[in-house]
Design a protein around this ligand. Structure first.
Ligand code: BJW
Ligand code: ZN
Length: 251
């Protein structure tokens, strides 16, 4: 880190040390150091198809078997994946905050595995599947062994319990995110390209309610325009330093 990076880190730590109500918004970048591919990065392709195209209701209608292969590959891949220092720093931050919300766009379950408790999964989870027609849900580990698993209740297709483009986010997750945005004094935005709605509006919205905004990313994003401080570097390195430094400022 050069002097400017170090100064920015100190400034962000100061802001964090004064905030007792903290909301965090994470994206795929926080899990990159655990080996989970991001969406818009180089790893965002599977058998030559972009993950963005596969994560759509249209792809599932056109090729349900292919989309299930993609998701089964990702579900199986998670068995060998563990949280990294970035996930752990956020769990540590939660234990030091009066009120804390962790809003994640990720579906990999790594925040919960790291010990975070108040986790809001905006885009669902790979842990579960649901029927596209009725209210049946099951754990991904218990999926029927069929190329396109069928609902045991109504016979329709089961699908991963994630949110695809053009679909609404779960009501409960949205309501909890809105509470966080309205109440937080600081929103920390980590590892998201900030282009997918509605999450991409959260930082601007929190800022308009008086919150400070700190961003952690490898590069500048649309969020950088609303951030008080942007910290450029890997989340697994920057977050532990930020959380430690703010704890020392507070002591
Ligand atoms: C690091 C790092 C390290 C790397 N350390 N940093 C026109 C038509 C249809 C819809 C729309 C439309 N215009 C707008 C919409 C709405 C649409 C949208 O926003 N589209 C835009 C892309 C244009 N949004 C929706 O449809 C949402 N629903 C909705 O809005 O409902 C109302 C509505 C409906 C219809 C029309 C209009 C309104 C639903 C969005 C669902 C997104 N689903 C996915 C897939 C989830 C399931 C799965 O995993 O398979 O969610 S897509 C994908 O993008 C995934 C992610 O959660 C999401 C965000 O990506 P994220 O996390 O930001 O990852 P990346 O890869 O983009 O970025 C990684 C970042 O990390 C980079 O910045 C790196 O630099 C950084 N990084 N390593 C720190 N070590
Ligand atoms: Zn069903």
């Amino acid at each position: 880190m050069d002097t400017t990076d170090e100064q920015r880190l100190r400034e962000a730590a100061q802001i964090l040390s004064h905030a007792t109500q903290v909301a965090v918004l994470t994206g795929a970048g926080i899990s990159a150091e655990s080996g989970v591919p991001t969406f818009r990065g180089e790893g965002g392709f599977w058998r030559g198809q972009s993950a963005m195209e596969l994560a759509t209701p249209e792809a599932f209608r056109r090729d349900p078997e292919g989309v299930w292969e993609f998701y089964r590959f990702r579900i199986a891949g998670l068995e060998d994946v563990v949280p990294n220092d970035g996930h752990r720093a956020l769990a540590d931050l939660e234990s030091r905050s009066d009120r804390f919300w962790l809003i994640t766009q990720n579906v990999d379950g790594l925040h919960r595995a790291a010990g975070s408790r108040n986790v809001i999964e905006l885009h669902g989870t790979l842990d579960r599947a649901r029927c596209q027609a009725c209210s049946y849900r099951c754990a991904s580990a218990e999926l029927p062994d069929q190329p396109v698993p069928a609902c045991p209740t109504c016979g329709n297709r089961l699908r991963p319990a994630v949110v695809w483009f053009g679909e609404s986010l779960p009501d409960e997750a949205l309501a909890r995110a809105e509470e966080a945005i309205g109440a937080c004094e600081l929103m920390l935005v980590v590892g998201t390209s900030g282009v997918v709605q509605p999450a991409s509006s959260f930082a601007r919205w929190a800022r308009s309610r008086g919150a400070r905004v700190v961003e952690v990313n490898l590069e500048s994003t649309p969020i950088s325009d609303v951030a008080d401080v942007s910290l450029f570097g890997p989340a697994g390195v920057v977050l532990p330093r930020l959380v430690d430094m703010s704890a020392r400022d507070r002591a």
